[in-house]
Design a protein around this ligand. Sequence first.
Ligand code: ZN
Length: 248
Amino acid sequence: MSAPIEPVYALAFGAHPDDVELACGATLLKIMDEGRRVAVCDLTKGEMGTAGTPETRRQEAALATERMGYAAREQLDLGDSELFYNKENLHEIVRIIRKYRPDTVFCNPPDERHPDHMKASRLISDACFYAGLRKIETIENGEPQEPHRPKRLLYYIQFKQFDPEIIVDVSTTFERSRGGVLAFGSQFTRDEKSDVPETMINRKEFLPGLEARARSLGEQIGVMYGEGFLLHGVLGIDRFTEVFTPGD
Ligand SMILES: [Zn+2]
């Protein structure tokens, strides 16, 4: 029998390697600074990306994981640009949720430029619900898994802008989170002499644009940097003054 894995507080999913670091890396660092464990799961290997190969992207993801300090990172192979809504893909995500048993899940937003992001959003949102159903059976290391439903699901901001419901103050972690993003060198840097074409994300304007957005979100809550999220469902509050702290 395999030893059970210690649960994590947060499990962050992305359709492609680098989605998580770009969209919510500073929030994940903040959660870890607060003493909680974080794991990441990429649904695909990013093999259809214009730049980089699955092998370079795997190495880059490993470097990002080391720099960020996650408890674990999983890379599934559900098919870049073929991320279909089907039972097999849904159950693979259910298996990962039950393996790490998170309180909080982060994932791609429902409305996005890249179709994989929207498909991932739907798959992960639904898997969070199905993971709690006892009669859906999944196996990990030859053992049936216990059901587990995360307490909350948050959608991060990617390419399409939206008004967030929650902005996290990431002033203390934003600069550090850039180390996680820059680990994906094949995606965000481009040698002008190489034959890699210019893309939306390797243009020199891309990373400064991300920083400008973090500044703008921070501005909305009176701090230097922010990351924004939508909440799936409603926010239930037990200890009121721990959420809305005095003096806010
Ligand atoms: Zn992506």
